[in-house]
Ligand binder design. Sequence first.
Ligand code: GAF
Length: 389
Amino acid sequence: MQKELMEKFVEVYGEGGEIREYFAPGRVNLIGEHTDYNGGHVFPCALTLGTYGLARKRDDRKLRFYSVNFSKLGVIESSLDDLIPSDQAGWTNYPKGVMWAFEKRGIQLEHGVDFLIYGNIPNGSGLSSSASLEVLTGLMLKDMFGVEELSMQDLALIGQYSENNFNGMNCGIMDQFASAMGKKDCAIFLDTSTLEFEYAPVQLKDARIVITNSKVKHSLVGSAYNDRRNECETALEELQKELDIRTLGDLSEEEFEAHKSAITSDICRKRAKHAVYENQRTIKAVNALKADNVEEFGKLMNASHVSLRDDYEVSCEEIDILVDLAWQIPGVIGSRITGGGFGGCTVSIVKNDAVDHFIDTIGKQYKEKVGHEAEFYVVDIGDGAHVIA
Ligand code: GAF
């Protein structure tokens, strides 16, 4: 792979100079969904799938971008003096956004770059291909321009900042954090209100993590995501009239039940309920995993799905079909929607000896019910972003 990408780089941009190589992974979230902008906990892990990047410094301020995945687009040219989002810029809005965010932080980029990327995260699947591209770009800039003062955590924050302010998606920190800070065979138990975190080994012994891609992405994703955020903020403001809390993540289930009548709209109350219960579920799930109780972890994953489906309303027909099918298969420990929702993927924990049956059965029945095929990835948990060479 590295050799082929290097050859491609030379073919596209020509010989010469030092070419550096980087990798930033995608992520799957095991539990703790839509809690990262509510001051709650999340439990994602980095995948071994992700985005590779090769880069070479230029003498001028030109930027040249090439994606092996979108090779038909050819080389897309821009400049450090043109860091403005535009529809025509397509995927390059992500690396450009990170360059813009560096400059916003007072880090002047003196030279342009030739940048080639290749990603093996299925596009639009909700496994954070954009966050991985942001973190990849941050790492490339840090390394090439010797920006020692930036930690990997800073790169996650810069990625989120650029996504929020350059690309207009009001996401939380989870995806960029997982891509930057991931660790092999561990999930990250992150408190998004303080950014304190701990690595929790995911030792499933006789089971695997299986991601199922519904291959649907409903177009309301961006706007519905921002609506959910607003509804949670409204609920929080109303609760704050009675309670001294900073975020919904500060509440236990009992406190929420005792004060939920302060929230005047039924919709906002349901959204807040999900945020509070999901946060508590995530804490319980991590404790279960640490106590080696994978069955309990699975039950909490299932409960997470029900809450995302009924209270947060970010699931969709295709995803519910996948989860319902999974719940019926012996050997499935837990299954739920993962990521932002409205399509994308489910994550399931499946006993080793049930994995083939899981893929066969769900594959056939999904196709019958929905009319197109699902895709399955039996994944490993990998390291966070790093310099390859
Ligand atoms: C998307 C967002 F980018 C994350 O920040 C997070 O909110 C997630 O949806 C839902 O948990 O992936």
